[in-house]
Write a protein that binds this ligand. Structure first.
Ligand code: CAA
Length: 288
């Protein structure tokens, strides 16, 4: 089944992941409609994209014209109705099934009949999200990794009723974004999180078992296991709340004890220590 041509991409939610996906899409030449709930949040996301594109100009990776052209392709909005002419909409809102189901149901009433609807969910069921619409064959998972502009992988997730065309179109878009897409089915955690979440939870349990500091645990896994960044730095980057949610979602579905979030990070989440985005997690960040 051939992929459908995509010209205009919508991104719902311009947090760290959504802004990263929007950045990739404007760099790849797509017209992009990016929706945030307030104009201020939309402007913040635009500023974030402008900043990272400027760093690429500074390092000689792209020209100043290419940066301007890419930014001109981004249309921030607060209105879902702005997605009416999108060929593909990628959802990157909060990891809450009810919120996603409500959004997909609303989107179905706005977009055209052929528009593909993709979710960037980390750990929820794409099939359950697809059940919100009367045309679930157009729904797929496009799971990017944090930070989206840098991590090469995107998991293209086939839900129970996804059409071949939707899957192949999402795969082709992933390639055009410069990613290395893989195809997989809609199982809990898909491929990477099924492996990475329990592994990270093991790492975090070792903090207490071996009475090792976060700094030394990170050194252990970078210097001793070749990880590009240590587990505490990584969980701070992903977001403590996102990691706790993904752990709970996997544990709920698969019941493996290692998948349950360690009490230490649940307490951190409850205390508002969310990692890099809140300025404090295992480490303190002055730049957020
Ligand atoms: N968005 C866009 N651009 C960014 C960025 C971001 N968030 N962060 C950094 N950059 C750009 C910057 O311009 C930076 O250059 P400057 O510092 O000169 O401005 C450039 O990228 C390179 O950044 P780094 O020097 O920090 O790059 P690095 O070589 O150290 O690699 C890394 C960074 C790719 C993140 C690497 O550390 C890595 O692979 N870490 C592991 C990350 C990982 O495992 N992610 C998966 C998390 S799990 C997940 O996401 C799944 C889920 O569902 C929760």
């Amino acid at each position: 089944m051939a992929a459908r041509e995509i010209r205009t991409v919508g991104v719902v939610g311009l947090g760290a992941m959504g802004a990263g996906i929007a950045q990739l899409a404007v760099e790849a030449g797509y017209a992009v409609v990016g929706r945030e709930v307030t104009a201020e949040l939309g402007e913040k996301a635009r500023g974030r994209i402008a900043h990272f594109l400027q760093r690429k100009v500074d390092k000689g990776q792209i020209g100043a014209d290419a940066r301007e052209d890419a930014l001109a392709r981004l249309s921030p909005t607060t209105e879902l109705s702005a997605f009416a002419d999108c060929d593909l909409v990628v959802e990157a809102i909060v990891e809450d099934l009810d919120a996603k189901v409500a959004l997909f149901a609303e989107l179905e009433g706005i977009v055209g009949p052929d528009t593909i609807l993709a979710t960037n969910t980390s750990a929820l069921s794409v099939t359950e999200i697809a059940s919100a619409v009367s045309t679930p064959e157009r729904v797929v998972g496009m799971h990017f990794f944090n930070p989206a502009p840098l991590m090469p992988l995107v998991e293209i997730v086939r839900a129970e009723l996804s059409s071949d065309e939707a899957v192949e179109t999402a795969f082709a878009v992933g390639e055009r974004l410069g990613k290395r897409p893989i195809r997989c089915h809609d199982t809990p955690g898909f491929v990477v999180n099924r492996v990475l979440i329990p592994l990270l939870n093991d790492c975090l349990r070792v903090l207490d078992e071996a009475r090792v500091s976060p700094e030394d645990l990170d050194t252990a896994m970078t210097a001793g296991a070749g990880w590009p960044m240590g587990p505490c730095t990584l969980v701070d980057l992903v977001g403590i709340d996102v990691h706790v949610h993904a752990s709970e979602a996997l544990y709920e579905k698969l019941r493996e004890p290692r998948m349950a979030p360690p009490p230490r990070i649940v307490a951190m989440r409850n205390a508002g220590l969310l990692g890099r985005k809140s300025g404090r997690g295992f480490y303190v960040y002055d730049d957020s």
